[in-house]
Design a protein around this ligand. Structure first.
Ligand code: SF4
Length: 1024
């Protein structure tokens, strides 16, 4: 009888180990075996098929349903035929609880466990030397971090899987000289007691449960239930006649014991898997069930999934694994045509993304492979997620970005409610107040916020304070006279915080409910939902987030004795929710980017294995972090020295590569960066090996710097480069061919292919002036004249949106000018005022903020010095002096000019003339000659001469005072002479005429380096 028939034959008895490489049909055979037993009359509840993950169980269940319905099998089944081992263990515990009359078991998620662990660790830290757990001094700084809690949970799980309790862990720690394991053992005992206490405190309640169990404890508890209740084990052995286990290489020793306990009573047990794909060694998985003694061994060698080329690569990589496990060699199906394995090296990460994009697009466009049948498999998903999805999408690949692990507290609605609870317990501070008024409760937008800031500051102009402090006062103090919109927002926030504060000592859920109820957000979002469109979708997400928050609050209160509002906020903030892993009914038509572990059990036509870099894949860094979990597992398994420890990790990484290669049906592309400029750009040892196994093994292994991508933008660019090449630079036939292809693309509507849209090929759209002043004066500020004089193009572009409104430099300049405008203030007072407003400025980094603060303090000091030094020759007339008046045109054809501006300081000299002073914060003073030609100063002098400035019409020159250099630098402009006045009139009135255009010259000048429109400037284009 053929091996496969043996498994499907209902008459087969005993234990069968079914071993086979990727795609050899192990799962299909198990499904067929289950269907055959049922068709032969086996009771549905006597067949149990165990899968490694919930996702795999869904897929297998679907396949079995199809097999059963098409074969006329039973339509209704009470017990699930297909389930995960953990789900089966949970069912056993429920059964055991029913038999003893105990409360039902309860599962605790990894994040919940982390929460409990973090609480206990915080307690240990607080208790210091008196703590029950003696954490080594070197670990104490890490105790409060989320990462440490997760590592500790992992270590405890590995121990549970191997039946190591807290006491034994302490003993192992002492014998191995590992104080961290001793402490972890003490912690394990403490954790167990706390979990028992938690359950006991709620046992009287109708919803009381047994102690909450983590995934690792579930299987151990089921084994314990079998041990303490032999009747339960006997009943299960009687019930299950056919036990089928898929992917048994992923089982840890404890799970293997559970399978062993059941299999001793079954008629037939089939344990299927591939020891060469044991990739969860770091989680304790072992292929012992597959490689053990006894029973029949059936080895499958024909892969029904992989093409011959792919199968050769899988076998080649697997052949180098240590040991002699079966199933290393597989044969592909079909012919060599259509299947391939290729390796490509790129000179940079960007080039690697381009290589991948090109391969995926060619497979889609040329070979007709749907996007959903392609995947990119990487070793580190967070690393790939930062670059790949965006690069692929930009090249026109339909790609699904990997979902990120998030915290519920990141959602704005949840954050707002948590902030209300925090404010209710710990009071308001500036940051919380700002979060609340700008969040969904206050709903103040950035523009209104600026208005509110102004209004609050005007309430008490003599006492400038931080905005956050003013906001706290406004929310907690007496009602202020504010514009209606601002007042309403503050009232809302105040009412919600007060509502939560009233029941802050009750059940945390009441406080949360009060805040939610008083916020009015429910009504608002339900109305938004009814409107449809994007607003409704957002409202849906908001409502979902708040519903989830109430769910978390419910769980928290149910499972925490002495639950508090503050504890609830902390619990939500520390939660990290991984995206739900569901098997979609319809696979979206996008390329998947998945980690090698997440790719297990799936398959695609085309697979790209990306990022095979040294240190990344294989990643031989010992697992387990600061608690050395991997070393502990090695000690438990008798592996002692460091050299042997690296070997199992390396083998795990190789098995991961075998598994990744085996996901492909037809084509595999392996990519890596090989760059001399980058230390991280070294291909891993696997790349060399795969090159030997690739179809084009002799191909040139030179890294590609700029791969061609079969994407519209790249193709159009290449064709345009040929068409527009200088004469004789390209063959005319080639040029003609490129032009034909461009014409085809243009006809198909591909952007950029039609020459009608190319830069420089179209006629000027109009020769008409930009403006028609109609004889009215042209309004100009003196600084505008300076800009037009320096570069007319910059002026017109800046005037029409080419400035960055959030430019920090101009904000800083305004702050300094506002401070020095007040002449009554001493240097100490000015510096004090500067420091008070400094934190409101939008700096990106602390170090820059500190540097700038020091520089501005120095500038204030320099200004005060200059002011003191010049009082013998100058007398202040005014600061921030507004100028607004019309200068008549000196000649026909030139427009009158309305001057509008503000002089920093207007002084009177000893001859009674007015001197214009302009204070500069720049670090680069103008030269003496440039100061004489300074249009801004000259225009103010013209305004003085024209009688537009209070205090007389006798210009006494201008001064540029530079504070940005160490010391003070002053540059002077002479007083206007009649000739100079005539010349400057020409300059100013011509500049006014020039504002109408239609041509604006790009004139290179000293300020080009800071020009905000430099990227649009034709004068800055690189010259060939
Ligand atoms: S970069 Fe220089 S020349 Fe170009 S627009 Fe700006 S200021 Fe004018």
């Amino acid at each position: 009888m053929a091996a496969t028939q043996l498994i499907k034959d209902p008459a087969t008895r005993g234990l069968i180990r079914l071993i086979g490489g990727p795609g050899t049909g192990k799962t299909s055979l198990l499904v067929d075996a289950a269907a055959a037993h049922l068709a032969a009359g086996a009771h549905p509840e006597s067949v149990l098929l165990l899968c490694p993950t919930a996702r795999a169980a869904v897929r297998t269940r679907r396949a079995l349903s199809t097999a059963l319905t098409s074969g006329g099998g039973p339509a209704v089944i009470r017990e699930p035929l297909v389930r995960t081992l953990h789900s089966y263990a949970f069912a056993i515990l429920r059964l055991a609880a029913r038999r003893t009359g105990d409360p039902p078991p309860r599962l605790i998620t990894g994040t919940e466990q982390d929460g409990v662990i973090r609480e206990l660790l915080a307690g240990d830290l607080e208790d210091g030397p008196d703590a029950t757990v003696a954490w080594p001094e070197s670990l104490r700084p890490a105790l409060t971090t989320a990462g440490f809690a997760t590592q500790l949970r992992d270590l405890l799980a590995r121990c549970t899987e191997r039946g190591v309790d807290g006491r034994r862990l302490q003993r192992i720690g002492r014998l191995s000289g590992r104080p961290e394991w001793v402490a972890a053992g003490q912690f394990a005992q403490q954790y167990e007691q706390v979990m028992l206490l938690r359950a006991a405190s709620g046992r009287a309640a109708p919803q009381a449960t047994a102690p909450a169990l983590g995934a690792a404890e579930l299987v151990g508890a089921a084994l314990e239930a079998f041990a303490t209740d032999p009747g339960l084990l006997a009943a299960e052995r009687d019930r299950i006649g056919v036990l089928l286990v898929d992917d048994a290489q992923h089982l840890d020793p404890q799970a293997a014991r559970l399978v062993g306990a059941m299999s001793s009573g079954t008629a037939v047990t089939v344990v299927a898997g591939d020891p060469n794909q044991t990739v969860f060694g770091f989680r304790g998985a072992e292929p012992a069930l597959l490689t053990g003694d006894g029973g029949q061994v059936v080895a499958l060698t024909q892969s029904h999934r992989c093409a011959p080329a792919v199968a050769r690569a899988v076998s080649g990589v697997a052949a180098r694994l240590p040991g002699r496990a079966k199933g290393r060699v597989i044969e592909g199906s079909g012919t060599d045509q259509g299947g391939s394995v290729a390796v490509r090296l790129a000179a940079s990460a960007h080039a690697e993304a381009a290589l991948i994009a090109d391969a995926l697009r060619r497979a889609h466009l040329v070979d007709g492979v749907p996007w959903s049948q392609m995947a990119v498999i990487v070793r580190s998903l967070p690393r790939a997620a930062a670059v790949l999805p965006r690069a692929l999408a930009a090249a026109g690949v339909s790609v699904r970005a990997p979902a990120a692990i998030t915290s519920p507290a990141d959602h704005p609605a949840v954050r707002a409610l948590l902030t209300v609870l925090t404010a209710a317990t710990d009071g308001l501070d500036g940051e919380r107040a700002l979060t609340l008024v700008t969040g969904p409760i206050g709903r103040i937008d950035p523009v209104s916020l600026r208005g509110l800031r102004r209004s609050l500051r005007h309430q008490d102009p003599e006492n400038p304070r931080q905005f956050g402090d003013l906001l706290v006062d406004a929310l907690t103090g007496e009602t202020l006279r504010l514009p209606a919109a601002h007042a309403a927002a503050l009232r809302r926030v105040r009412a919600v915080v007060a509502a939560a504060a009233r029941c802050v000592r009750d059940d945390p859920r009441y406080a949360l409910w009060q805040a939610w109820n008083r916020s009015g957000l429910q009504r608002r979002w339900l109305q938004a939902r009814a409107r449809g469109g994007l607003v409704a979708a957002q409202a849906d997400r908001d409502l979902d987030a708040v519903t989830a928050l109430f769910g978390i609050a419910d769980d928290y209160v149910d499972h925490t004795s002495g639950a508090t509002v503050r504890g609830l906020v902390e619990a939500v903030c520390t939660l990290r929710l991984a995206p739900p892993e569901r098997e979609p009914l319809i696979e979206p038509d996008t390329v998947a980017i998945v980690s090698a572990h997440a790719a297990l059990g799936r398959e695609w036509d085309v697979v790209v294995i990306a990022g095979l870099q040294e240190g990344l894949w294989p990643n031989t860094v010992p697992r387990g972090g600061v608690l050395a979990t991997q070393q502990l597992v090695d000690v438990l398994e008798g592996v002692a020295d460091a050299a042997s420890r690296r070997a199992p990790v390396l083998a795990d990484e190789r098995r991961l590569l075998v598994s990744a290669l085996g996901r492909a049906r037809r084509k595999v592309l392996i990519t890596a960066v090989d760059s001399e400029a980058d230390d991280a750009g070294v291909p891993s040892v696997f790349v060399d090996e795969l090159m030997q196994l690739a179809d084009d093994g002799d191909a040139d292994a030179v890294p590609v710097a700029a791969p061609r991508v079969l994407a519209p933008a790249a193709l159009v660019g290449r064709l345009r480069a040929v068409v527009c090449s200088p004469e004789d630079a390209v063959d005319e036939d080639r040029r003609g061919c490129a032009a034909t292809q461009l014409a085809r693309l243009a006809a198909a509507g591909v952007p950029g292919a039609d020459p009608a849209g190319w830069y420089g090929t179209r006629a000027v759209s109009t020769e008409q002036p930009l403006l028609d002043h109609g004889g009215a004066p042209v309004t100009l500020s003196p600084s505008t004249v300076q800009t037009i004089a320096d570069c007319p193009l910059r002026w017109v572009l800046e005037r029409h949106g080419g400035t960055d409104g959030r430019d920090l430099r101009s904000s800083l300049g305004s702050v300094l000018h506002a401070l020095i405008a007040d002449d009554g203030k001493t240097e100490a007072l000015l510096v004090d005022l500067l420091e008070k407003i400094w934190d409101d400025l939008p700096f990106d980094s602390q170090w820059y903020s500190r540097n700038e603060l020091a520089r501005h303090r120095a500038m204030l000091s320099a200004f005060c010095q200059w002011r003191a030094q010049t009082r013998l020759e100058l007398t202040e007339v005014g600061t921030e002096v507004d100028v607004d008046g019309v200068l008549a045109s000196p000649e026909e054809g030139l427009p009158d000019v309305r001057v509008r501006g503000r002089i920093d300081r207007l002084e009177r000299d000893n001859e009674g003339r007015q001197v214009v002073v302009d204070v500069k914060t720049s670090k680069n003073p103008a030269s003496k000659d440039d100061a004489q030609r300074h249009a801004q100063l000259a225009m103010y002098q013209l305004a003085v001469a024209g009688g537009l400035v209070p205090g007389g019409a006798h210009p006494g020159g201008g001064r540029l005072v530079y504070l940005g250099k160490p010391g003070i630098v002053e540059r002077d402009q002479d007083a206007l002479t009649p000739d100079a006045r005539r010349e400057w009139q020409q300059v100013v009135h011509r500049a006014a005429a020039a504002t109408a255009g239609p041509a604006f010259l790009a004139r290179i000048n000293d300020s080009c380096g800071h020009c905000p429109v430099r990227s649009s400037c034709p004068a800055q284009e690189p010259r060939s």
